[in-house]
Design a protein. Structure first.
Length: 701
């Protein structure tokens, strides 16, 4: 990030500060005596970017507000990645909360809030405050102490923290090994106690169960037993009630009540036996077997009664069809069909009788006429005509007699039809009586229903009734059955309750055993986890040590490469060609190649001024490496009194070299007490002790 403008009001030393149109390349020189405000400019750059400064602690950031003011305003315009212009503004009010904003017109980025702006700057540049002050902001301090040189370079290369971490890691190993052995001993003792209990009947082996699940298995088994015990106790009254309700029906009840009571007792037995099924005991259901057998017999009788009623319902449906009841399905041969057919025959016979009556009368009339023609004395009537009249008359008289005889036969048929009609009515009456008997049969008590079915005509359902009474249904219809079975069923219920009470006692004892097993297994699992953690921690420490050593070697190697590449260009420029290469071995010993001696010399063999030139070159090389590894673009340097230990020659050489050392560090701020002789910066700000305003325009102060 390259600074284009810096503005401030009531910030540290300055009431007003406005540095505008700053050059993007070259040296910006700030000179003046101590306490004139040179370092303040560097601290304001830090404050704008990261919301903090090198000199003012984070928890006392209010100190950046000028002593006689209540508010501070600070604004920085800078060129960032891709050459976009970024504007950062921060305000600090002693009576309120700090505020900040970050804005880039080109990208539309707009961030507000003191810390969010700091986070956005770190993301934009690719490094935070610590890296910034170590790489780009030399604030009146040396790179490292004069001795030992290796410690300074280790710190710069990042190796020193790794060595400290490795020492800390290795110091923990003996204690962890002792803890591992102690945990192993405790685990063996716990396992011996578990083997001594050995309750496979409570916890049968389960294939595939993991070691860490053993404690959960015991806890689950305890929960199962407690749940079974609770359910047995809770459901036993329901079982007794269902049994008593079923016994109450033994003196007779409709099918629906039988089915409901049987189902209730069956459900109650299922509930109890289901609760006991979780126990896993071999003899768990022995106490309910007799009661269950009684229920089975009653169920068989009820099933038989239900089947008998189904047959009765089918018979009633057939009767409805035969009687032609409304809504019934038509059936061939029904009473109605027979009655209709008889009526049709009767009507036909009567029609024939009427026809024969008319034919007989006509035959007699014509016979009389013909006979009169044949026997009366009529003059001039031929004899042949007389004979014909007599023959025709005789024939017609015989026809009339035949018609009269046929009518007599038809009247006999009508009398037969009256008898057939009486038989049909008798049959209808029987069927209607059966239909009335079967009406509501399912709502009658079992003995009444059976007796009613015995009253059906024509031995209807007699075979089904015989089979029912010969089977399990017969015992449910015997007189006095309730009195005979009440005592027996009560005894069976008492056996069930006694058996379940014994089970509850047994369960309580097993729960106590399982609780001990659970405690031991939980302890064993805890010990296993703790020991595994210790073993894993030991392995992690060993790996961490190896990684730290490997990382140190790698970082030393990378450090050497970065420094060597940077120094090839930077070091000769700052030392006027006297020293060209810097070499750092794995032991962090530093040697410098001397052009005069044409050989590497130890860092301690060169003069103090040259050492500081090398330190400055190293700082620039490292800063350049940081920029190269990030996407934040070129970065400015702020060097506060970098030539404090330089002589005039070294200062002049360094000043002339700095603007052209690196394209990644094009803007270099230098704070010094006086301008180095023979140098021409791109911009020069001269400060005085009492100066509280610094207003700058290009070409002036």
């Amino acid at each position: 990030m390259i600074v284009r403008r810096l503005q401030a009001r009531n910030a540290l030393k300055y009431e007003h500060l406005d540095l505008t149109d700053l050059p993007e390349r070259g040296v910006i020189l700030v000179t003046g005596p101590n306490e004139s405000g040179k370092s303040t400019i560097g601290e304001l750059l830090c404050l704008a970017l990261y919301g903090r400064t090198f000199a003012v602690p984070t928890d006392r950031i209010d100190r950046v507000v000028r002593w006689n003011a209540r508010t501070m305003e600070l604004e920085l315009e800078a060129t960032g990645p891709q050459g976009h212009l970024w504007r950062i503004r921060r305000e600090l009010d002693l009576d309120g909360e700090p505020s900040a904003s970050l804005y880039c017109p080109a990208t539309g980025t707009d961030v507000t809030g003191w810390q969010p702006v700091t986070d956005a700057v770190e993301e934009l540049l690719g490094y935070g405050f610590d890296t910034f002050v170590e790489s780009f902001y030399l604030a009146r301090r040396e790179i490292g102490p004069p001795t030992p040189r290796a410690e300074t370079l280790k710190s710069m290369a990042g190796v020193l923290p790794l060595e400290h971490a490795a020492d800390e890691v290795l110091s923990q190993v003996p204690e962890l090994e002792r803890r591992s052995m102690g945990l192993a001993t405790e685990a063996e003792d716990t396992q011996r106690q578990l083997e001594a209990i050995a309750r496979d009947d409570l916890l049968p082996p389960r294939p595939g169960i993991a070691e860490g699940e053993l404690a959960d298995e015991a806890k689950k088994r305890i929960t199962e037993l407690e749940d079974a015990r609770s359910q047995i106790t809770t459901r036993l009254p329901s079982l007794r009630g269902a049994t008593e309700r079923l016994v109450d029906l033994l003196d007779g009840a409709p099918l629906a009540r039988w089915e409901k009571r049987v189902e209730g007792l069956d459900d109650a037995l299922d509930d109890v036996e289901s609760a006991m099924s979780w126990l896993g005991y071999e003899d768990v259901t022995s106490g309910t077997e007799k009661l269950s057998g009684f229920l089975d017999k009653v169920q068989d009788g009820v099933d038989g009664f239900s089947g008998l009623l189904d047959k009765a319902a089918a018979r009633r449906k057939w009767l409805g069809s035969m009687l032609g009841e409304m809504g019934s399905e038509p059936t061939p041969g029904s009473i109605g069909d027979d009655e209709d057919e008889l009526d049709m025959r009767r009507q036909a016979t009567r029609s024939r009788m009427r026809l024969h009556d008319r034919l007989a009368v006509l035959s007699l009339v014509f016979a009389a006429g013909a006979l009169a023609l044949g026997f009366l004395p009529i003059e001039d009537l031929p004899e042949q005509a007389r004979l014909l009249g007599r023959a025709v008359g005789t024939t017609l008289a015989l026809s009339a007699a035949a018609f009269a005889w046929s009518r007599h036969g038809l009247s006999v048929e009508l009398r037969d039809m009256q008898l057939e009609d009486a038989q049909l009515q008798q049959r209808r009456a029987l069927l209607e009586a059966d239909a009335r008997l079967l009406e509501g049969i399912a709502d009658r008590p079992m003995p009444d229903a059976v007796a009613t079915l015995r009253g059906l005509s024509g031995d209807a359902l007699s075979q089904e009734l015989d089979a029912f009474e010969a089977g399990p249904g017969g015992r449910l219809t015997r007189p006095g059955l309730k009195e005979k079975l009440e005592s027996a069923v009560e005894n069976r219920m008492g056996e069930v309750e006694g058996h379940l009470a014994e089970l509850a006692t047994r369960i309580s004892g097993d729960i106590d055993e399982l609780s001990r097993i659970h405690e031991l297994r939980e302890a064993a699992a805890t010990l296993a986890v703790r020991r595994a953690d210790v073993v894993e921690h030991l392995a992690t420490l060993e790996l961490a040590g190896e990684l730290a050593q490997g990382a140190a070697r790698h970082m030393t190697h990378e450090f050497n490469n970065d420094v060597r590449q940077g120094m090839v260009r930077v070091l000769p420029s700052l030392t006027e060609g006297r020293y060209q290469y810097l070499q750092i071995d794995d032991g962090m010993s530093v040697r410098v190649f001397s052009s005069e001696k044409q050989d590497f010399v130890l860092f301690e063999e060169i003069s103090g001024g040259t050492q500081r030139q090398i330190e400055l070159a190293t700082r620039i090389a490292l800063s350049e490496a940081v920029v190269r590894g990030r996407e934040g673009g070129p970065q400015f340097l702020f060097l506060d009194e970098p030539f404090a230990f330089f002589d005039a020659v070294r200062t002049k050489a360094s000043m002339s070299a700095l603007p052209r050392l690196s394209t990644l560090l094009p803007q270099v701020w230098i704070a010094a007490q006086r301008p180095p002789e023979g140098t021409t910066p791109e911009r020069h700000f001269e400060l005085t002790l009492k100066q509280t305003e610094l207003m700058d325009t290009p070409g002036g102060r």
